[in-house]
Design a protein. Structure first.
Length: 90
C-alpha cells in the first residue's frame, strides 16, 4: 500500500507560506457559492413540482377510471362530516 506524503515530503506549499486571499477573492467565492446553492435549490424545486404534477395526473386518471361518464356517485368525498361535532357523554 502506498504511503501518502506528508508536509515537506509532498513538495507542496505549506499553509503558512501560501499567499493570503484578498477580501475581493473571498467575496467572489461567497458569490459563487451563493449561485451554486441557488441553482441547486431551483433544480430541487423543479423536481418537486414535476413530482406533484405526476401525482395529480395519476389521481385524475384514477378518478376518471372509477367514474368514466362523470357519475357523481363514485366520488369518495361527501358533505357529511366523518365524526360527530361533540363527543358522546358518559
Amino acid at each position: 500500500m502506498w504511503r501518502t506524503p506528508l508536509g515537506d515530503e509532498c513538495g507542496g506549499i505549506a499553509r503558512s507560506d501560501a499567499p493570503t486571499e484578498s477580501p475581493e477573492d473571498h467575496a467572489m467565492y461567497e458569490f459563487e457559492a451563493h449561485r451554486l446553492r441557488h441553482a441547486e435549490l431551483r433544480r430541487a424545486a423543479a423536481l418537486e413540482r414535476l413530482a406533484r404534477e405526476a401525482v395529480g395526473a395519476r389521481r385524475a386518471a384514477r378518478r376518471e377510471e372509477s367514474a368514466p361518464f362523470g357519475a357523481t356517485g363514485a366520488e369518495p368525498h361527501t358533505d357529511r362530516p366523518r365524526r360527530h361535532r361533540l363527543p358522546r357523554t358518559a
